[in-house]
Design a protein around this ligand. Structure first.
Ligand SMILES: [Zn+2]
Length: 267
């Protein structure tokens, strides 16, 4: 009853009230089921309201087809034959995006930035970067605080999209290109909108680099504040971001960055 053997959820999770009344919670399906039906024994007589719950339990168990002589095995329910393959796992767990659409993952790997930055951008877009939000979800007890603005908890979306310090970097590039923009809620959504807004229309190769550049510089600044106790001014953070952007463009041979160069020259 503690294991997910019928493909939905462990009965312990579905019926915790009844599970606590079981005489032997460790019993296996083979021990409580026979061709005559289920033989689940409770520690005491059931109250009226608990009888309804037992009816619900039996309804869930109704689909059980009986034991077979086959040896028990673990199956992966997302494939027809129950086998797990890397390809199916990728499609199911990685490539899937809310709404059933393909996620903006390919553009991360196609981006003309250093490989370590591609990997980092992937983590940010998947909300898997080691922010306080992620560490807390893994069971760490920490007092979460955004080290950039000191105003709220550090979540992935706040740090990389909505923090007032990060917003200034976004506005820097958006102002440069005179782009109207409404910031989406999630980092993956930003990537989807970002390319459709500027990448395909303008064909500017450097446009798709901007999110990775901002995220990389924000993360470095955040780590500097968290671990080295060193905070750069917002002007310095902007400068670091622009110069990083410029060097990545130069490194990858992106030439249509005259606009950026002109802007840096005015600083
Ligand atoms: Zn903040």
């Amino acid at each position: 009853m503690k294991e997910n053997w019928n493909g939905n959820e462990a009965l312990m999770g579905l019926f915790p009230d009844l599970f606590s009344l079981c005489t032997n919670p460790e019993e296996t399906v083979a021990e409580v089921w026979s061709i005559h039906g289920w033989n689940i024994v409770f520690r005491r007589h059931l109250n009226d309201w608990e009888i309804g719950r037992v009816a619900e339990l039996l309804h869930v168990l109704n689909d059980f087809n009986g034991l077979s002589a086959e040896k028990d095995s673990i199956i992966w329910k997302h494939s027809r034959d129950g086998s797990l393959s890397v390809n199916k796992l990728y499609i199911k767990e990685v490539n899937e995006y809310p709404g059933g659409k393909p996620g903006p993952w390919k553009q991360i790997w196609r981006n003309k930035v250093p490989t370590k930055v591609k990997c980092f951008s992937w983590l940010v877009a998947r909300r898997a970067c080691s922010t306080h939000e992620k560490l807390k979800s893994r069971g760490f007890y920490i007092t979460s605080w955004c080290s950039l603005c000191n105003e709220t908890e550090e979540t992935n979306n706040h740090l990389f999209l909505h923090c007032k310090v990060t917003t200034q970097l976004w506005n820097l590039f958006l102002g440069l290109t005179h782009t109207e923009w409404i910031m989406p809620e999630h980092t993956a959504d930003l990537l989807s909108c970002w390319i459709s807004r500027g990448g395909r229309k303008s064909k500017k190769k450097w446009w798709s680099i901007i999110p990775s550049c901002i995220w990389w510089c924000i993360w470095k600044e955040r780590n500097s504040r968290c671990y080295d106790n060193k905070a750069n001014s917002i002007e310095k953070v902007k400068w670091n971001c622009l110069t990083t952007f410029y060097f990545w463009c130069k490194e990858e041979g992106i030439e249509d960055i005259a606009q950026i160069l002109d802007f840096i020259g005015t600083l």
